[in-house]
Structure formats: structure tokens, C-alpha cells
Design a protein. Structure first.
Ligand code: GP9
Ligand code: MN
Length: 674
């Protein structure tokens, strides 16, 4: 006869063998596999270049599912089942919501999106078109579970309570064999092991990616889709929560009263000095004109007016300059946020951040933007850019900036595929077509794309003979700018055709440099050797042209200026008092204002000197140049400018990260109701 003891030993041996097959564990395994399949389904609906799901991505995905669910192990048996079903429901809904949102915005839902009323609603009527019958698969398992659940419930009610009493007594007997303390410790250990496994599977591949091909991913984090490509969907949402919390509640954002006062004082002085009606003839001379601003991708200033091998690079701009105001010392003030930095600098007159992009990090903060200010003057504002609406978080940010509509790639017919997207010629033609039906006055902001790195346009589009520079990235860059210049020429004709030309202030400027820091091709192109100061200026200067409706005030203006100055200067021409707004830039038409242009690196110029900071940020380690002699000069001449430049950059950062414009406007509103 078998002893009680040997029977129980065999039972525990059997139990160990069958451990993975216990219904609850199988259920957990099924949960992980099902969610993984749903994530794979989402990925199969994402058609973006270079964004895929390889085996390593699947490891990350499983890891993140485990991290989202390991804690269910700590619940009592019935609780575990319920928790897994609820988690399945929540995650399925998240995947479904992201999928629908992606089909429209080519982006995923983030915390700022949820905080920003209107973004999700703007899907509005199109939501039905964004659904696919196949999406039902995302909920198929839950449907089956619901049916099984109902059947079990009915059976249970029919059988009465006798069976359940029996089951309970058996399970009570089994569990009685292990002390409750031991059970608790074992449960905790299993959960902790799962947590560790989840961490290794999630963060291992992410660490590998960020230390090999995706370095800097979490520094610039310019595009949610690039983050997703490495972290997977659940990892992306985890990071999004962390990013939001850190940016909004992290320690770095607490300002002392003294700091806030310093900012207020700086603006008080700035606002007092703003030009007003009656100050000069230009103030309000173009009141109620339409405004069209074209931001040219990587369009640098050194090509303006230049020829190579006897060919004019920018014949249309050169011609347009004869009836435009041309600012020859205009600097881009961008940082890591590239195109988006030029955009916020120009349209909100604030310095971009030292890391990342305002567009992705603080899309829910308040800014005094050109569209917002002009809306109070009866303008409607529109933004045109034929690329994915989610890139640089634009669809979220543009709503916040006060645009009535963002015409993205989805609104253009790709009838001239070129580079990243639509060729600028067609982009301009279709944009002007749309503009011609708008109510006037309007503000239209257009962002070109054809001259984006790596600049290789198809041979039939390349018109110049670049000689030795042919086939080099630099040569391709010049070809691309020549194409954009031709597109601008065509746009001018289209504006004239639509009767908009003489009712519109047309602005053209470049967003940033071309990232080609090699001096040799630049020297060959310009036919002269270049000093450090030459290079620093060349790499930071972009063209700035303002064509007034009547073509008046044409000429070259050599005041030091930059992208932050665009909004205050346009307000001057339109006769809008800029003093209620928090704009950091100078008004290029305000003769009384002392001009200082500050770059994101801390470099600056006041027109007399140019200061280049050293990498360690120590003032004395930097270099000051005299702009007349173009030689180095006594560093002390730059001290006051250096301090002011640092102050401006700090004030701008604090204003943005602390959402201070909202706070200041609220205070003003309260004070005026008292
Ligand atoms: C694309 C454009 C890219 O939308 O913003 O330009 P980049 O930011 O890479 O200069
Ligand atoms: Mn750009």
C-alpha cells in the first residue's frame, strides 16, 4: 500500500512538471501572445519607410507586455483572471485607438494630444473612413471570452452551488498544504522574476539600439515614430508618460520669485520700447495685407547673388531682390529641433530649446504666435507642408499655435514626387490654388521640402553644370537650391495670376544650414579661402527677403537680425501693437531699438563684433571678432553682449518650460478685471 508521504511527494513532483501548464499560467501565456499579435497587426498597418518590426522588436514588445502585466501574479486567482481580461480590454482599446489616430495623423496618441481638446475630435466625420473591418480582430478574443463567460455562468447557475462548494473544499485542502506566508513569498518572487524578465527584454534591445544605430534617440526625440520604431508601442506610451511628467513636474522647472521678476523686468523694458502708431511711416503702412511666409528647407545665404561656372544659382531670388527688402545679416537661431525650431523662432519669437524641440516637448504650453496675434486682427491663418502631419508633432502644435487648418501631405496630390515627398513646384502651385479660395486677409505659412538632405534630385531636375563639384553632396545641394529658386519664380507668377501679388507681404527665409561643414567645397564654390569667422557666419546666415505689396523700400539692409525678429517686424508693417505680447525678438523696423542677435549656441553679434563661445561656456575662452577688420579683438568688448545673450537664452527657456506666458497673461487678465 502506498504511503501518504510518497503519494504527496509524487504529487508535488507532478505538480512541478505540470507547473507551466496550469490553466492560469496558460492563460497568462495566451494573454502575452494575443497582445503581441495585436501589436503585430498594428505594425502591419503602419506604412512608413524604415519603420518595421524585426525579431528584436518582438522581444521588446513581449518585454513591455510583461512589464504591463507582471503584477497580476500578486493577485488572488480570481483577481488574476479578471485583471488579465481587463488588461486585455484596455490594451486592445489602446492599440485600436492608436491605429485609428495613426491612419489620420501618422502619429500615436500622446499625453499632450489627450490634454489638447480638439485634436482627437478633429478626426470628426472622417472616423468612419479610418476604420477597417479587419480591426475587429483586435477584439475577437474578448468576444470569445465574453461568450465563454456567459456559457459558464449559465451552466453554473443550472448546476447550483453544490459543485462550487466541492471545488472550494478541494482547493482549500491543497492550499492548506502550504503555509500562507510561504505562498505569499513564492507569489512575490514569481512576480519579481517576471518584472526583471520584462525589464531585460524591454530595455536590453533599446539599450543596444541607442548605443549603436539610434544614438541620441531620446535626446532629440524629434519624431514619435522613430521612438516607436525602437521602443514598440507600449514602450512608447511608457516613455511618453515619463517625458511628459519630467518636462512638466520635474525639478528643473521650479522658478524662484526672483527669477520670475527678472523675466518680467526684461519684458517690461522690451515692451516699453516697442514701436507704436505714429512712430514712423512704415508702422501700419501695410495694414490688412495678406501675409505669406515661405520657410525654405536648408536654404543658406551664401548662394544669394552667386554664380558658378557662369550660371546664376538663384536667378529668381536675385530678380525679386530688386523690389524687396533683403536682410543680408540674418541668422537662423535653431538648435536640435531644426525645421521646427526655425518655425517656433519665427512664429513665436522665442529661442528654441537647448535640447529637443519645443514642438514635441511643450506643445501644450501657451505662446504668443503670429497666427494667434493676427486672429485678433481679423486674420485666418493656415500652414502648408506636404509631409506627414505628425512629423515634429506638427498636427498638435499647429492647433495650439492658432492655425485654422494644417494642409499636410494628406491634402496634396503627389503629382510631382521628389525627394521626401512632393516637389516644391507642385507644392507651391497647389498651395496657392488653395489660398486663392480663402477669405482675406489671411496669413499663410509654407514650409518647403525639396532641398532636404541628402539633396539628391533626379538628373532630369538638375539643371546646373557643377563641374568638379558634380555628384558631391555639396554639388547636389546647390542643384537643389536652384530648383527651389525656380519653384519660387513659378510661385510669383501664380500669385500674380490669382490677383494676390499686390495684396500680399511675401516673406522668404531659410530654416537652417545644410549640415555640410566641410570648408573645401564652400571655398571652391565661392572662389576664395574662408576664415573661422567667415565659416561661422556662413553656416549661420540664411536669406531673408520681404517683398511688400507695392515693391517699395527695396534694398539691402545689413542690420544684425535673426528668425526671432520676423514676427515683431511683420507686426510693425501691419500696424499691430506688439507690446502686450511676449516676443523676444527685435523689430527690424524699429530704429530706436539696439540690435543684438543671439544664436542658440550662445554666439552673438551686435553688428560691430561677433562672439563665438567656447565649448566649455567660459566667457574668456570664447573668441571675439571685430566685424570691420574681421580680426580677433579684445574679449572684454563682448562681455556685456555675452551676459545679455545668456540672459535672453535663459529667459526664453524658462518662459517655455515654465509655461510662463500663460501665467503672465492670466495675471494681466486678473489685474484688468479688478
Ligand atoms: C520635414 C521637415 C524635415 O517635415 O521638417 O526637416 P528637418 O527638420 O529634418 O530639417
Ligand atoms: Mn529643415
Amino acid at each position: 500500500m502506498e504511503s501518504f508521504n510518497s503519494g504527496s511527494q509524487r504529487q508535488s513532483w507532478m505538480q512541478r512538471l505540470l507547473w507551466p501548464f496550469a490553466p492560469i499560467r496558460l492563460m497568462y501565456l495566451a494573454f502575452v501572445i494575443i497582445i503581441l499579435e495585436k501589436l503585430i497587426y498594428l505594425q502591419s498597418n503602419i506604412h512608413l519607410p524604415n519603420i518595421d518590426m524585426n525579431d528584436l522588436d518582438k522581444v521588446t514588445a513581449v518585454g513591455s507586455i510583461v512589464l504591463a502585466s507582471f503584477w497580476v501574479i500578486w493577485l488572488p486567482k480570481r483577481g488574476r483572471i479578471i485583471a488579465l481580461i481587463v488588461l486585455d480590454l484596455l490594451l486592445s482599446f489602446l492599440i485600436f485607438a492608436d491605429l485609428v489616430y495613426f491612419r489620420y495623423f501618422q502619429d500615436f496618441i500622446t499625453i499632450p494630444v489627450l490634454m489638447q481638446a480638439g485634436q482627437v475630435e478633429s478626426l470628426g466625420g472622417s472616423i468612419r473612413e479610418l476604420l477597417s473591418a479587419n480591426d475587429l480582430w483586435l477584439f475577437a478574443d474578448l468576444l470569445v471570452l465574453a461568450v465563454v463567460g456567459i456559457v459558464l455562468l449559465v451552466l453554473r447557475i443550472r448546476r447550483g452551488r453544490s459543485h462550487s462548494t466541492l471545488t472550494r473544499s478541494a482547493s482549500t485542502y491543497r492550499s492548506g498544504m502550504m503555509s500562507s506566508r510561504k505562498r505569499l513569498t513564492l507569489g512575490f518572487t514569481k512576480g519579481a522574476m517576471l518584472f526583471v524578465l520584462g525589464c531585460v527584454m524591454t530595455f536590453g534591445p533599446i539599450k543596444y539600439a541607442t548605443s549603436t544605430w539610434a544614438t541620441g534617440l531620446f535626446v532629440g526625440n524629434w519624431w514619435n515614430m522613430s521612438l516607436y520604431n525602437v521602443t514598440g508601442l507600449l514602450g512608447f506610451h511608457g516613455y511618453d508618460i515619463y517625458r511628459y511628467a519630467d518636462d512638466h513636474f520635474g525639478n528643473g522647472n521650479q522658478l524662484s520669485a526672483a527669477q520670475t521678476d527678472e523675466i518680467k523686468q526684461w519684458f517690461d523694458a522690451k515692451q516699453k520700447g516697442r514701436a507704436k502708431a505714429g512712430d514712423d511711416k512704415l508702422f501700419g503702412a501695410y495694414k490688412d495685407s495678406n501675409v505669406i511666409v515661405v520657410q525654405g528647407e536648408a536654404f543658406m545665404n551664401f548662394v544669394i547673388g552667386k554664380s558658378f561656372n557662369g550660371q546664376e544659382i538663384t536667378p529668381n531670388i536675385n530678380r525679386l531682390m530688386k523690389e524687396s527688402m533683403y536682410f543680408s545679416q540674418y541668422y537662423h537661431q535653431t538648435g536640435q529641433g531644426r525645421t521646427s525650431d526655425a518655425d517656433i523662432g519665427s512664429n513665436a519669437s522665442l529661442h528654441p530649446l537647448p535640447t529637443g524641440s519645443v514642438f514635441t516637448r511643450y506643445a501644450d504650453h501657451q505662446y504668443d504666435t503670429l497666427p494667434n496675434i493676427l486672429s485678433k486682427q481679423g486674420y485666418d491663418s493656415y500652414v502648408f507642408h506636404a509631409y506627414e502631419p505628425s512629423f515634429w508633432n506638427r498636427s498638435v502644435m499647429y492647433q495650439n499655435m492658432g492655425y485654422k487648418k494644417f494642409f499636410s501631405k494628406n491634402d496634396f496630390t503627389i503629382d510631382e514626387p521628389l525627394g521626401w515627398s512632393l516637389g516644391d513646384k507642385s507644392f507651391f502651385r497647389q498651395s496657392i490654388e488653395k489660398m486663392s479660395t480663402l477669405q482675406q486677409p489671411f496669413y499663410s505659412f509654407m514650409i518647403t521640402l525639396s532641398s532636404h538632405h541628402p539633396y539628391t534630385l533626379p538628373p532630369e531636375v538638375q539643371e546646373l553644370d557643377m563641374g568638379d563639384l558634380s555628384g558631391t553632396t555639396f554639388g547636389d545641394y546647390i542643384q537643389a537650391l536652384h530648383y527651389v529658386d525656380a519653384a519660387l519664380g513659378e510661385m510669383e507668377s501664380e500669385l500674380k495670376e490669382k490677383g494676390l501679388w499686390d495684396k500680399t507681404i511675401l516673406v522668404f527665409y531659410g530654416d537652417h544650414d545644410n549640415s555640410l561643414k566641410d570648408k573645401a567645397p564652400m571655398e571652391e564654390f565661392l572662389g576664395k579661402s574662408l576664415s573661422d569667422l567667415d565659416m561661422e557666419q556662413l553656416m549661420n546666415q540664411v536669406p531673408m527677403l520681404i517683398h511688400l505689396p507695392d515693391g517699395a523700400h527695396a534694398g539691402t539692409y545689413d542690420i544684425p537680425a535673426g528668425q526671432l525678429d520676423m514676427t515683431p517686424s511683420l507686426l510693425h508693417l501691419l500696424g499691430v501693437n506688439a507690446s502686450p505680447y511676449y516676443l523676444m525678438g527685435n523689430d527690424m523696423f524699429n530704429q530706436k531699438e539696439k540690435k543684438l542677435v543671439v544664436l542658440r549656441t550662445g554666439a552673438f553679434s551686435d553688428g560691430d563684433i561677433f562672439y563665438i563661445p567656447s565649448a566649455d561656456g567660459v566667457f574668456e575662452h570664447g573668441t571675439a571678432y571685430d566685424l570691420k577688420t574681421r580680426q580677433t579683438t579684445d574679449i572684454e568688448r563682448a562681455r556685456a553682449g555675452f551676459e545679455e545673450a545668456q540672459k535672453r537664452l535663459n529667459i526664453s527657456d524658462e518662459l517655455i518650460t515654465g509655461d510662463l506666458i500663460r501665467e503672465f497673461h492670466n495675471e494681466q487678465a486678473q489685474a484688468s478685471t479688478k
